[in-house]
Design a protein around this ligand. Structure first.
Ligand code: MV4
Length: 452
Protein backbone atom coordinates (compact mmCIF):
# COMPACT_ATOMS: atom_id res chain seq x y z
CA UNK A 1 0.00 0.00 0.00
CA UNK A 2 1.28 3.46 -0.86
CA UNK A 3 0.86 6.10 1.84
CA UNK A 4 2.38 8.91 -0.17
CA UNK A 5 3.03 9.53 -3.86
CA UNK A 6 5.33 12.17 -5.32
CA UNK A 7 4.17 13.59 -8.64
CA UNK A 8 7.11 14.32 -10.94
CA UNK A 9 5.15 16.51 -13.32
CA UNK A 10 3.17 19.74 -13.67
CA UNK A 11 0.07 21.15 -15.35
CA UNK A 12 -3.19 19.30 -15.88
CA UNK A 13 -1.70 15.80 -15.52
CA UNK A 14 -0.30 16.64 -12.07
CA UNK A 15 -3.84 17.61 -11.02
CA UNK A 16 -5.28 14.47 -12.60
CA UNK A 17 -2.86 12.32 -10.55
CA UNK A 18 -3.55 14.27 -7.32
CA UNK A 19 -7.29 13.67 -7.82
CA UNK A 20 -6.79 9.92 -8.25
CA UNK A 21 -4.59 9.80 -5.13
CA UNK A 22 -7.12 11.70 -3.04
CA UNK A 23 -9.88 9.27 -3.98
CA UNK A 24 -7.59 6.36 -3.11
CA UNK A 25 -6.71 7.91 0.27
CA UNK A 26 -3.06 8.44 -0.68
CA UNK A 27 -1.16 11.58 0.36
CA UNK A 28 0.50 13.62 -2.38
CA UNK A 29 3.73 15.55 -2.84
CA UNK A 30 4.05 18.13 -5.60
CA UNK A 31 7.44 19.14 -6.94
CA UNK A 32 7.69 22.35 -8.91
CA UNK A 33 10.07 24.65 -10.72
CA UNK A 34 10.60 28.30 -9.83
CA UNK A 35 8.35 29.18 -12.78
CA UNK A 36 5.50 27.10 -11.33
CA UNK A 37 5.33 28.43 -7.77
CA UNK A 38 1.81 29.79 -8.38
CA UNK A 39 0.59 26.58 -10.01
CA UNK A 40 -2.51 24.73 -8.91
CA UNK A 41 -0.70 21.40 -8.41
CA UNK A 42 1.41 23.11 -5.73
CA UNK A 43 -1.80 24.31 -4.01
CA UNK A 44 -3.71 21.04 -4.22
CA UNK A 45 -1.03 18.57 -3.12
CA UNK A 46 -0.57 17.85 0.58
CA UNK A 47 3.06 18.96 0.40
CA UNK A 48 5.12 20.83 -2.18
CA UNK A 49 8.85 21.22 -2.80
CA UNK A 50 10.63 23.52 -5.19
CA UNK A 51 13.23 21.44 -7.04
CA UNK A 52 14.96 23.94 -9.33
CA UNK A 53 14.87 26.58 -12.00
CA UNK A 54 12.35 27.04 -14.80
CA UNK A 55 14.24 25.05 -17.44
CA UNK A 56 13.05 21.42 -17.57
CA UNK A 57 16.68 20.21 -17.24
CA UNK A 58 16.92 22.02 -13.91
CA UNK A 59 13.66 20.74 -12.41
CA UNK A 60 11.21 18.26 -13.99
CA UNK A 61 14.10 16.40 -15.67
CA UNK A 62 16.45 16.73 -12.71
CA UNK A 63 16.61 13.14 -11.47
CA UNK A 64 18.72 13.75 -8.36
CA UNK A 65 16.53 16.66 -7.22
CA UNK A 66 13.38 14.56 -7.66
CA UNK A 67 14.82 11.54 -5.85
CA UNK A 68 15.99 13.81 -3.00
CA UNK A 69 12.48 15.26 -2.76
CA UNK A 70 11.05 11.74 -2.53
CA UNK A 71 13.50 10.87 0.24
CA UNK A 72 12.94 14.08 2.23
CA UNK A 73 9.16 13.60 2.11
CA UNK A 74 9.31 9.85 2.73
CA UNK A 75 7.32 9.13 -0.45
CA UNK A 76 6.63 5.49 -1.31
CA UNK A 77 6.26 6.01 -5.03
CA UNK A 78 6.73 8.44 -7.90
CA UNK A 79 4.18 9.06 -10.64
CA UNK A 80 5.92 10.50 -13.71
CA UNK A 81 2.80 11.54 -15.68
CA UNK A 82 3.56 11.95 -19.41
CA UNK A 83 6.54 13.65 -21.08
CA UNK A 84 9.55 14.62 -18.92
CA UNK A 85 10.86 11.40 -17.26
CA UNK A 86 7.86 9.18 -18.00
CA UNK A 87 9.67 7.00 -20.55
CA UNK A 88 13.21 7.24 -19.20
CA UNK A 89 14.33 3.70 -18.24
CA UNK A 90 17.31 5.06 -16.30
CA UNK A 91 14.99 7.13 -14.08
CA UNK A 92 12.78 4.09 -13.44
CA UNK A 93 15.91 2.14 -12.42
CA UNK A 94 17.13 4.89 -10.09
CA UNK A 95 13.70 4.97 -8.42
CA UNK A 96 13.75 1.22 -7.79
CA UNK A 97 17.35 1.26 -6.50
CA UNK A 98 16.39 4.01 -4.04
CA UNK A 99 13.45 1.99 -2.78
CA UNK A 100 10.85 4.26 -4.37
CA UNK A 101 8.26 2.56 -6.58
CA UNK A 102 8.13 3.91 -10.14
CA UNK A 103 4.47 4.02 -11.16
CA UNK A 104 4.79 2.53 -14.61
CA UNK A 105 6.19 -0.51 -16.34
CA UNK A 106 9.47 -2.21 -15.47
CA UNK A 107 12.61 -0.39 -16.72
CA UNK A 108 13.37 -3.27 -19.13
CA UNK A 109 10.00 -2.74 -20.85
CA UNK A 110 10.49 1.01 -21.17
CA UNK A 111 13.92 0.36 -22.67
CA UNK A 112 12.68 -2.40 -24.98
CA UNK A 113 9.78 -0.38 -26.40
CA UNK A 114 12.00 2.71 -26.62
CA UNK A 115 13.94 0.83 -29.27
CA UNK A 116 11.48 0.84 -32.15
CA UNK A 117 13.48 -1.76 -34.10
CA UNK A 118 13.34 -4.22 -31.20
CA UNK A 119 9.65 -3.49 -30.67
CA UNK A 120 8.89 -4.29 -34.32
CA UNK A 121 10.90 -7.47 -34.12
CA UNK A 122 9.16 -8.76 -31.00
CA UNK A 123 5.67 -7.93 -32.20
CA UNK A 124 6.34 -9.52 -35.59
CA UNK A 125 7.54 -12.69 -33.86
CA UNK A 126 4.27 -12.75 -31.93
CA UNK A 127 2.33 -12.75 -35.19
CA UNK A 128 1.28 -9.09 -35.22
CA UNK A 129 1.24 -7.49 -38.66
CA UNK A 130 4.05 -4.93 -38.79
CA UNK A 131 4.62 -2.35 -41.54
CA UNK A 132 6.76 -3.96 -44.27
CA UNK A 133 10.37 -2.88 -43.76
CA UNK A 134 13.77 -3.71 -42.34
CA UNK A 135 13.91 -6.03 -39.34
CA UNK A 136 17.34 -4.76 -38.24
CA UNK A 137 19.12 -1.41 -38.28
CA UNK A 138 20.04 -0.29 -41.80
CA UNK A 139 23.75 0.50 -41.64
CA UNK A 140 24.72 1.80 -45.07
CA UNK A 141 23.42 3.51 -48.18
CA UNK A 142 23.89 0.23 -50.04
CA UNK A 143 21.68 -1.63 -47.58
CA UNK A 144 19.11 1.14 -47.83
CA UNK A 145 19.07 0.87 -51.64
CA UNK A 146 18.65 -2.89 -51.33
CA UNK A 147 15.50 -2.40 -49.26
CA UNK A 148 14.23 0.12 -51.76
CA UNK A 149 14.57 -2.54 -54.48
CA UNK A 150 12.50 -4.95 -52.41
CA UNK A 151 9.85 -2.58 -51.03
CA UNK A 152 9.48 0.06 -53.73
CA UNK A 153 8.85 3.77 -53.05
CA UNK A 154 7.66 5.71 -51.11
CA UNK A 155 9.75 4.76 -48.08
CA UNK A 156 10.23 6.27 -44.66
CA UNK A 157 13.46 6.35 -42.66
CA UNK A 158 12.91 6.36 -38.90
CA UNK A 159 15.25 6.56 -35.91
CA UNK A 160 15.35 3.47 -33.69
CA UNK A 161 15.23 5.72 -30.64
CA UNK A 162 12.70 8.10 -32.23
CA UNK A 163 8.95 7.84 -32.00
CA UNK A 164 6.29 10.48 -32.11
CA UNK A 165 7.54 11.66 -35.49
CA UNK A 166 10.96 12.94 -34.52
CA UNK A 167 13.80 12.13 -36.90
CA UNK A 168 11.67 10.78 -39.74
CA UNK A 169 12.31 11.19 -43.48
CA UNK A 170 10.04 10.30 -46.36
CA UNK A 171 11.79 9.29 -49.61
CA UNK A 172 10.38 8.94 -53.13
CA UNK A 173 13.54 8.05 -55.09
CA UNK A 174 16.99 6.46 -54.90
CA UNK A 175 18.63 9.90 -55.02
CA UNK A 176 16.58 11.14 -52.07
CA UNK A 177 17.08 7.92 -50.14
CA UNK A 178 20.87 8.15 -50.40
CA UNK A 179 21.00 11.82 -49.39
CA UNK A 180 18.43 11.42 -46.58
CA UNK A 181 20.08 8.32 -45.17
CA UNK A 182 23.25 9.99 -43.87
CA UNK A 183 21.42 13.05 -42.52
CA UNK A 184 18.86 10.81 -40.80
CA UNK A 185 21.66 8.87 -39.11
CA UNK A 186 23.52 11.94 -37.89
CA UNK A 187 20.31 13.66 -36.77
CA UNK A 188 19.37 10.56 -34.79
CA UNK A 189 22.82 10.56 -33.17
CA UNK A 190 22.47 14.23 -32.15
CA UNK A 191 18.84 13.97 -30.99
CA UNK A 192 18.90 10.59 -29.22
CA UNK A 193 22.57 9.59 -28.84
CA UNK A 194 21.77 6.61 -31.05
CA UNK A 195 22.39 6.76 -34.80
CA UNK A 196 20.48 3.57 -35.67
CA UNK A 197 17.78 3.98 -38.29
CA UNK A 198 15.37 1.60 -40.00
CA UNK A 199 13.26 1.70 -43.12
CA UNK A 200 9.56 1.10 -43.66
CA UNK A 201 7.21 1.24 -46.59
CA UNK A 202 5.51 4.67 -46.33
CA UNK A 203 1.72 4.45 -46.05
CA UNK A 204 0.23 7.48 -47.82
CA UNK A 205 -3.00 8.18 -45.98
CA UNK A 206 -3.45 5.94 -42.96
CA UNK A 207 -5.53 6.43 -39.83
CA UNK A 208 -3.65 6.44 -36.54
CA UNK A 209 -5.41 3.95 -34.29
CA UNK A 210 -4.11 3.22 -30.81
CA UNK A 211 -5.26 0.64 -28.29
CA UNK A 212 -5.24 1.27 -24.54
CA UNK A 213 -4.12 -1.70 -22.49
CA UNK A 214 -3.87 -2.27 -18.73
CA UNK A 215 -1.84 -5.07 -17.18
CA UNK A 216 -1.19 -6.19 -13.62
CA UNK A 217 1.91 -7.96 -12.27
CA UNK A 218 0.32 -11.39 -12.62
CA UNK A 219 -0.05 -11.68 -16.38
CA UNK A 220 -3.62 -10.36 -16.57
CA UNK A 221 -4.06 -7.93 -19.47
CA UNK A 222 -7.15 -6.24 -20.87
CA UNK A 223 -7.62 -3.73 -23.65
CA UNK A 224 -9.94 -0.74 -23.35
CA UNK A 225 -10.67 -0.19 -27.01
CA UNK A 226 -9.14 2.21 -29.49
CA UNK A 227 -8.60 5.93 -29.93
CA UNK A 228 -8.42 7.53 -33.35
CA UNK A 229 -5.62 10.11 -33.21
CA UNK A 230 -5.37 10.95 -36.89
CA UNK A 231 -6.20 14.64 -36.41
CA UNK A 232 -2.76 16.07 -35.75
CA UNK A 233 -0.41 18.81 -36.88
CA UNK A 234 3.37 18.27 -36.97
CA UNK A 235 2.94 15.05 -34.96
CA UNK A 236 1.06 16.93 -32.25
CA UNK A 237 -2.35 15.41 -31.75
CA UNK A 238 -5.14 17.98 -31.60
CA UNK A 239 -8.37 15.96 -31.62
CA UNK A 240 -8.77 12.36 -30.47
CA UNK A 241 -11.93 10.29 -30.48
CA UNK A 242 -13.29 6.90 -29.57
CA UNK A 243 -14.68 4.77 -31.07
CA UNK A 244 -12.89 5.46 -34.35
CA UNK A 245 -15.36 6.32 -37.14
CA UNK A 246 -13.22 4.15 -39.45
CA UNK A 247 -13.26 0.91 -37.48
CA UNK A 248 -16.01 -1.68 -37.13
CA UNK A 249 -16.71 -4.10 -34.29
CA UNK A 250 -14.87 -6.97 -35.95
CA UNK A 251 -11.71 -4.96 -36.60
CA UNK A 252 -11.85 -3.44 -33.09
CA UNK A 253 -11.83 -6.92 -31.62
CA UNK A 254 -8.97 -8.01 -33.85
CA UNK A 255 -6.71 -5.00 -33.06
CA UNK A 256 -7.54 -5.36 -29.36
CA UNK A 257 -6.48 -9.00 -29.49
CA UNK A 258 -3.22 -8.06 -31.23
CA UNK A 259 -2.51 -5.46 -28.54
CA UNK A 260 -3.15 -7.93 -25.73
CA UNK A 261 -1.14 -10.67 -27.42
CA UNK A 262 1.87 -8.41 -27.98
CA UNK A 263 1.98 -7.04 -24.44
CA UNK A 264 1.37 -10.46 -22.89
CA UNK A 265 4.32 -11.86 -24.83
CA UNK A 266 6.73 -9.47 -23.11
CA UNK A 267 5.07 -9.90 -19.70
CA UNK A 268 4.22 -6.19 -19.62
CA UNK A 269 2.67 -4.53 -16.58
CA UNK A 270 0.99 -1.12 -15.95
CA UNK A 271 -0.93 0.96 -18.50
CA UNK A 272 0.31 1.22 -22.07
CA UNK A 273 -0.70 2.08 -25.60
CA UNK A 274 -0.14 0.04 -28.73
CA UNK A 275 -0.05 2.29 -31.82
CA UNK A 276 -1.23 1.02 -35.17
CA UNK A 277 -1.63 2.47 -38.63
CA UNK A 278 -4.77 1.50 -40.54
CA UNK A 279 -4.82 1.75 -44.32
CA UNK A 280 -8.46 2.18 -45.36
CA UNK A 281 -7.87 1.23 -49.01
CA UNK A 282 -6.47 -2.21 -48.26
CA UNK A 283 -8.21 -2.40 -44.87
CA UNK A 284 -4.83 -3.49 -43.47
CA UNK A 285 -3.82 -2.78 -39.88
CA UNK A 286 -0.14 -2.57 -38.90
CA UNK A 287 1.58 -2.36 -35.52
CA UNK A 288 3.79 0.74 -35.39
CA UNK A 289 5.13 1.34 -31.87
CA UNK A 290 4.24 1.13 -28.19
CA UNK A 291 4.05 3.90 -25.59
CA UNK A 292 4.77 2.90 -22.01
CA UNK A 293 3.11 5.86 -20.24
CA UNK A 294 -0.34 7.20 -19.49
CA UNK A 295 -1.24 9.33 -22.52
CA UNK A 296 -2.62 12.84 -22.79
CA UNK A 297 -5.76 11.49 -24.46
CA UNK A 298 -6.54 8.80 -21.83
CA UNK A 299 -9.76 10.55 -20.64
CA UNK A 300 -11.80 9.63 -23.73
CA UNK A 301 -11.18 5.96 -22.96
CA UNK A 302 -12.21 6.58 -19.36
CA UNK A 303 -15.43 8.21 -20.55
CA UNK A 304 -16.65 5.31 -22.67
CA UNK A 305 -15.47 2.47 -20.40
CA UNK A 306 -16.18 4.03 -16.99
CA UNK A 307 -12.69 2.92 -15.91
CA UNK A 308 -10.34 5.31 -14.08
CA UNK A 309 -7.01 4.68 -15.81
CA UNK A 310 -4.84 6.68 -13.41
CA UNK A 311 -6.26 4.87 -10.40
CA UNK A 312 -5.71 1.53 -12.12
CA UNK A 313 -2.15 2.53 -12.95
CA UNK A 314 -1.49 3.29 -9.26
CA UNK A 315 -3.26 0.14 -8.04
CA UNK A 316 -1.38 -2.17 -10.40
CA UNK A 317 1.92 -0.52 -9.35
CA UNK A 318 0.91 -1.31 -5.75
CA UNK A 319 0.68 -4.97 -6.74
CA UNK A 320 -3.10 -5.25 -6.92
CA UNK A 321 -4.73 -7.61 -9.37
CA UNK A 322 -6.76 -6.23 -12.28
CA UNK A 323 -10.32 -5.87 -10.97
CA UNK A 324 -11.93 -6.47 -14.40
CA UNK A 325 -11.97 -9.20 -17.01
CA UNK A 326 -12.13 -8.45 -20.75
CA UNK A 327 -15.71 -9.78 -20.97
CA UNK A 328 -16.85 -7.22 -18.39
CA UNK A 329 -15.49 -4.26 -20.34
CA UNK A 330 -18.09 -2.50 -22.46
CA UNK A 331 -17.84 0.58 -24.61
CA UNK A 332 -20.74 2.95 -24.09
CA UNK A 333 -21.31 5.98 -26.30
CA UNK A 334 -18.75 8.24 -27.95
CA UNK A 335 -16.08 10.52 -26.55
CA UNK A 336 -13.93 13.18 -28.14
CA UNK A 337 -11.10 15.38 -26.87
CA UNK A 338 -9.83 18.73 -28.15
CA UNK A 339 -6.48 19.93 -26.88
CA UNK A 340 -6.76 23.62 -26.04
CA UNK A 341 -3.25 25.01 -26.53
CA UNK A 342 -1.78 28.46 -25.87
CA UNK A 343 -1.04 28.84 -29.58
CA UNK A 344 -2.29 31.31 -32.14
CA UNK A 345 -3.98 28.99 -34.60
CA UNK A 346 -4.66 31.95 -36.92
CA UNK A 347 -0.94 32.73 -37.04
CA UNK A 348 0.96 29.51 -37.76
CA UNK A 349 0.34 28.21 -34.20
CA UNK A 350 2.97 30.47 -32.59
CA UNK A 351 3.09 30.05 -28.79
CA UNK A 352 1.04 32.58 -26.87
CA UNK A 353 1.85 32.46 -23.13
CA UNK A 354 0.73 35.19 -20.73
CA UNK A 355 -1.60 36.11 -17.89
CA UNK A 356 -5.22 34.98 -17.87
CA UNK A 357 -7.44 37.97 -17.07
CA UNK A 358 -10.76 36.24 -17.67
CA UNK A 359 -11.63 32.55 -17.71
CA UNK A 360 -14.87 30.78 -18.46
CA UNK A 361 -14.81 26.98 -18.53
CA UNK A 362 -17.63 25.19 -20.35
CA UNK A 363 -19.79 22.78 -18.38
CA UNK A 364 -23.13 21.04 -18.32
CA UNK A 365 -24.13 17.57 -19.56
CA UNK A 366 -21.48 15.65 -21.46
CA UNK A 367 -18.64 18.08 -20.77
CA UNK A 368 -15.40 17.41 -18.83
CA UNK A 369 -12.52 19.87 -18.71
CA UNK A 370 -9.13 18.71 -17.41
CA UNK A 371 -7.12 21.86 -16.77
CA UNK A 372 -4.74 23.59 -14.36
CA UNK A 373 -5.95 27.07 -15.33
CA UNK A 374 -7.52 29.61 -12.96
CA UNK A 375 -8.30 33.32 -13.39
CA UNK A 376 -5.13 35.34 -12.76
CA UNK A 377 -2.79 32.44 -13.61
CA UNK A 378 0.19 33.24 -15.81
CA UNK A 379 1.03 30.61 -18.43
CA UNK A 380 4.84 30.28 -18.34
CA UNK A 381 6.76 30.08 -21.63
CA UNK A 382 9.03 27.18 -20.61
CA UNK A 383 6.79 24.16 -21.08
CA UNK A 384 4.39 22.59 -23.58
CA UNK A 385 1.47 24.78 -24.52
CA UNK A 386 -1.39 22.55 -23.32
CA UNK A 387 -3.88 24.70 -21.38
CA UNK A 388 -6.83 22.36 -21.09
CA UNK A 389 -8.40 19.23 -22.47
CA UNK A 390 -12.00 19.63 -23.51
CA UNK A 391 -13.57 16.19 -23.31
CA UNK A 392 -17.06 15.50 -24.63
CA UNK A 393 -19.03 12.33 -23.91
CA UNK A 394 -22.37 11.55 -25.60
CA UNK A 395 -24.35 8.56 -26.80
CA UNK A 396 -23.58 9.22 -30.47
CA UNK A 397 -20.89 11.01 -32.45
CA UNK A 398 -23.47 13.39 -33.86
CA UNK A 399 -24.52 14.47 -30.36
CA UNK A 400 -20.85 14.78 -29.38
CA UNK A 401 -20.32 17.30 -32.17
CA UNK A 402 -23.35 19.36 -31.08
CA UNK A 403 -22.18 19.44 -27.47
CA UNK A 404 -18.63 20.23 -28.62
CA UNK A 405 -19.87 23.21 -30.62
CA UNK A 406 -21.67 24.81 -27.70
CA UNK A 407 -18.80 23.98 -25.29
CA UNK A 408 -16.31 25.72 -27.60
CA UNK A 409 -18.61 28.75 -27.68
CA UNK A 410 -18.67 28.84 -23.86
CA UNK A 411 -14.88 28.48 -23.54
CA UNK A 412 -13.14 31.84 -22.90
CA UNK A 413 -9.49 32.31 -21.97
CA UNK A 414 -8.85 36.05 -22.27
CA UNK A 415 -6.61 37.55 -23.59
CA UNK A 416 -4.58 34.49 -24.71
CA UNK A 417 -4.56 33.26 -28.27
CA UNK A 418 -5.63 29.61 -28.29
CA UNK A 419 -6.59 26.77 -30.62
CA UNK A 420 -10.31 27.25 -29.81
CA UNK A 421 -11.15 29.21 -33.01
CA UNK A 422 -9.42 26.50 -35.03
CA UNK A 423 -11.69 23.78 -33.61
CA UNK A 424 -14.74 25.92 -34.34
CA UNK A 425 -13.73 25.81 -38.01
CA UNK A 426 -12.83 22.11 -38.10
CA UNK A 427 -16.22 21.03 -36.77
CA UNK A 428 -17.84 22.78 -39.75
CA UNK A 429 -15.82 20.64 -42.20
CA UNK A 430 -17.93 18.11 -44.11
CA UNK A 431 -15.26 15.36 -44.08
CA UNK A 432 -14.64 15.78 -40.36
CA UNK A 433 -18.36 15.73 -39.61
CA UNK A 434 -18.66 12.49 -41.60
CA UNK A 435 -15.64 10.98 -39.84
CA UNK A 436 -13.75 10.73 -43.15
CA UNK A 437 -10.22 11.71 -42.20
CA UNK A 438 -6.67 10.36 -42.01
CA UNK A 439 -3.28 11.51 -40.72
CA UNK A 440 -2.90 14.21 -43.40
CA UNK A 441 -6.36 15.70 -42.93
CA UNK A 442 -5.12 18.72 -40.95
CA UNK A 443 -2.19 19.53 -43.24
CA UNK A 444 -4.64 19.66 -46.11
CA UNK A 445 -7.22 21.58 -44.09
CA UNK A 446 -4.67 24.19 -42.97
CA UNK A 447 -3.22 24.53 -46.47
CA UNK A 448 -6.65 25.07 -48.03
CA UNK A 449 -7.63 27.65 -45.41
CA UNK A 450 -4.39 29.59 -45.84
CA UNK A 451 -4.86 29.69 -49.60
CA UNK A 452 -8.38 31.11 -49.33
C1 MV4 B 1 4.45 6.31 -40.66
C2 MV4 B 1 3.54 6.87 -41.57
C3 MV4 B 1 3.33 6.22 -42.77
N1 MV4 B 1 4.01 5.09 -43.05
N2 MV4 B 1 5.09 5.17 -40.99
C4 MV4 B 1 4.31 9.84 -37.46
C5 MV4 B 1 4.52 9.76 -35.99
C6 MV4 B 1 5.33 8.55 -35.75
N3 MV4 B 1 4.86 7.88 -34.54
C7 MV4 B 1 5.16 7.71 -36.95
N4 MV4 B 1 4.46 8.53 -37.93
C8 MV4 B 1 4.12 8.02 -39.14
N5 MV4 B 1 4.72 6.87 -39.48
C9 MV4 B 1 4.87 4.59 -42.15
N6 MV4 B 1 5.53 3.46 -42.45
C10 MV4 B 1 2.89 8.04 -41.22
C11 MV4 B 1 3.18 8.63 -40.01
C12 MV4 B 1 2.47 9.85 -39.77
C13 MV4 B 1 1.54 9.95 -38.75
C14 MV4 B 1 1.28 8.90 -37.86
C15 MV4 B 1 0.35 9.03 -36.88
C16 MV4 B 1 -0.37 10.21 -36.75
C17 MV4 B 1 -0.12 11.25 -37.58
C18 MV4 B 1 0.84 11.14 -38.59
C19 MV4 B 1 1.06 12.21 -39.45
C20 MV4 B 1 1.98 12.10 -40.43
C21 MV4 B 1 2.70 10.93 -40.59
Amino acid sequence: MFNKILIANRGEIALRIIRACKELGIRTVAVYSEADKDSLHVQLADEALCIGGPKPQDSYLNISAIISAAEITDSDAIHPGYGFLAENPHFAEVCESCGVKFIGPKPEHIRLMGDKIQARKIMKKQGLPVIPGSSDPVNSKEEALNFAQKLGYPLIIKAAAGGGGRGMRICHSDVRLVSSFITAQSEAEVAFGNSQVYIEKYLEAPRHIEIQIVADNYGNIVHLGERDCSIQRRYQKLIEETPSPGINEKLRKKIGEYAVKGTKAINYSSVGTMEFLFEPKSRQIYFMEMNTRVQVEHPITEEITGIDLVKLQILTAMGEKLPVKQEAIHFKGCALECRINAEDSENNFVPSPGKIEFLNLPGGPGVRVDTHLYPGYSVPPYYDSLLAKLIIKRETRKECLKTLKRALDEFMIEPLKTTIPFYKRIIEDRDFIEGRYHTHFLDKFIQEKTEE
